[in-house]
Design a protein around this ligand. Sequence first.
Ligand SMILES: C=CC1=C(C)c2cc3[nH]c(cc4nc(cc5[nH]c(cc1n2)c(C)c5CCC(=O)O)C(CCC(=O)O)=C4C)c(C)c3C=C
Ligand SMILES: [Fe+2]
Ligand SMILES: [Fe+2]
Length: 319
Amino acid sequence: MRQEKPGVLLVNLGTPDAPTTPAVKRYLKQFLGDPRVVDTPRWLWWPILNFAILPFRSPRVSKLYASVWMKEGSPLMVFSKQQRDALAQRVDMPVELGMSYGQPSLDGAVQRLLDQGVTKLIVLPLYPQFSCSTVAAVWDGLSASFKPLRSLPEVAFIRDYAEHPAYIAALKASVERSFAQHGEPDLLVLSYHGIPQRFADEGDDYPQRCKDTTEALAAALGIAPHKIMMTFQSRFGREPWLTPYTDETMQGLPAKGIKHVQVMSPGFSADCLETLEEISEQNCEFFLHAGGEKFEYIPALNADDEHIEMMVQLVNARR
Ligand SMILES: C=CC1=C(C)c2cc3[nH]c(cc4nc(cc5[nH]c(cc1n2)c(C)c5CCC(=O)O)C(CCC(=O)O)=C4C)c(C)c3C=C
Ligand SMILES: [Fe+2]
Ligand SMILES: [Fe+2]
């Protein structure tokens, strides 16, 4: 009889190995080369990526990475490892971390779990809101890592957890800590990573999942509807992305009398370039230059106890 031995595969996006132009170029080449992320026909995208994007974007973005780099490495990697270690302390099964792009690879993480005798993979992509550009890319990566195997493990794939009570409880605790520390702002802005509007038009339910999180958190906080709003950050390329854009919103709020904002990015399970630089630095500046007075960034859930508790619940429900 087959006796299942479960193990957890925690997955996130991945990040460069170093804040240098060659390392960032390597990372962006793999990331932006994934058709789940950019779906332009390959014959057209290959020369654009290699000759028009990588040579110019890599040196610019490597400087941004350098500005947030931590003693132990890239913030996304530092927090992801902390999450892995904290979860491993809380569940009686092996836990491995794999990244869609860069190291540690998904392939390696799957192999390490199999080497420990795991027969059932509980796959937890750390994206609270499903998107074809993130969660489906994890699915693709997982299935690619199965290609050389003669036997496949059982798989429990957690699609997302946008309104899971333990996720909402962790976000609520974090917002309440921030309100207690800095005072209640005129507006709480929830800034989610954007995607092209076209992906949503073609069936990606990501915007609805962001709305589900926003509504569940607003209800949990008991906050008035005019004191919370949802925006989308990090757009890339020329086509329209989900709106309202975070940067335009920040530039426009002070003229509407909003002088104190707190910004949280609930779609990022770990702090990274897009929160520590784009929100805490760039968008803070946009807001203050437009006449805003107080801007506070509420950190990602990272390895907070409430966040790890959420992971324990998600995993134990599938074991
Ligand atoms: C080009 C299209 C992109 C889509 C679609 C996209 C979706 C998407 N991304 C995240 C999470 C993260 N993205 C991060 C960085 C990042 N994202 C893109 C592009 C797209 N993302 C780029 C080019 C970059 C790299 C930085 C840059 O060149 O500007 C990160 C941070 C990684 C880090 O190393 O710190 C995360 C996390 C989500 C959740 C998402 C769709 C919902
Ligand atoms: Fe991204
Ligand atoms: Fe960005």
